[in-house]
Design a protein around this ligand. Structure first.
Ligand SMILES: Nc1ncnc2c1ncn2[C@@H]1O[C@H](COP(=O)(O)OP(=O)(O)OP(=O)(O)O)[C@@H](O)[C@H]1O
Length: 275
């Protein structure tokens, strides 16, 4: 379970990106975070795994206070957090298999990673994970030979190879066409359900949030202005999130709630074969 309390982030520029956001993500639920551009969605997700340093607040994952950690303990905690990025964050000249195995780099020594001495067990599991995301047979393709949807599948495979306790997903579909976006969302929500892990997903497309999420969190100007089910996300709530409209007195249930570093990878492409 992820429990975020009163998270604040002020960038050195003085920009107050988060002004005290609290949100829990539990079980195998999918929580979609929506909101206009600049609302603070990416900042929120990046503060959870400390790719961005929060200014104040608490982030607890399965009982571990992430904001207190540093060095090796922070690296260990990050292994529990699968991260999937909008622009995939793949190393273009590396193979699919190498990109996926880079999800295991946190577990292997620098020397072994450099030599690409991945454990046979990891390679075996990477084949399984690639089959699972529909990329069986593409292990030795270079990342730059893949379509956008396939690249995102590699990103998903890399994240789940870590056996994470939560998946954080930042705008997974913004570079994809509608059909591919739905396929990627199907895959993500299937994995969350099958592996019994929660999914926190930033997403621009409200229709995808409504279709796939169990719960929707609406951010506006760094504050959580809505938290509810897709059914509760009515026009009033959308007006509040996207246009800053006040909730009319006596309105329904919706509204409420007051209130830098990609994974390390080896440097050159080469084939890694089943051991
Ligand atoms: N590294 C940074 N330095 C300074 N300000 C930043 C930085 N990153 C983000 N911001 C600012 O913080 C605010 C929130 O940005 P963030 O990227 O979190 O929003 P977002 O909701 O994810 O937007 P989008 O949907 O466009 O990706 C914006 O005003 C943005 O300009």
């Amino acid at each position: 379970m992820l429990s975020v309390t009163d998270l604040r982030k002020t960038y050195s520029s003085g920009e107050e990106a988060l002004t005290g956001v609290s949100l829990d993500v539990t079980g195998s639920e999918t929580v979609a975070m929506i909101g206009p551009s600049g609302a603070g969605k990416s900042t929120f997700i990046r503060c959870v795994n400390r790719l961005t340093e929060p200014s104040e607040g608490s982030v607890v994952l399965d009982g571990v206070e992430i904001t207190d950690l540093s060095g090796e303990s922070l690296r260990e905690a990050r292994r529990d957090i699968g991260m999937i990025f909008q622009e995939y964050n793949l190393v273009e000249r590396l193979t699919v298999m190498e990109n996926v195995l880079s999800g295991r780099l946190g577990y292997t020594s620098t020397w072994n990673a450099f030599r690409r001495n991945f454990a046979d067990e990891d390679i075996e599991r990477a084949y399984e994970v690639l089959d699972r995301v529909g990329l069986g047979g593409h292990e030795n393709n270079r990342a730059d030979e893949l379509s956008g949807g396939q690249r995102q599948r590699v990103g998903i495979a890399r994240a789940i190879l870590q056996r994470p306790k939560i998946l954080l997903v930042d705008e997974p579909t913004s570079s994809l066409d509608p059909e591919t976006s739905r396929a990627v969302m199907d895959l993500l929500t299937e994995i969350a359900a099958e592996d019994d892990i929660p999914l926190l997903i930033n997403i621009h497309e409200v229709d995808l949030a409504e279709k796939y999420a169990n719960r929707i969190a609406g951010l506006r100007e760094g504050s959580l202005v809505f938290e509810g089910t897709p059914a509760e996300l009515d026009e009033t709530a959308k007006g509040q999130i996207y246009r800053g409209e006040e909730i009319p007195a006596g309105a329904g249930p919706a509204g409420k709630v007051e209130s830098d570093e990609p994974p390390e990878t080896p440097s050159q492409a080469s084939e890694i074969r089943r051991g």
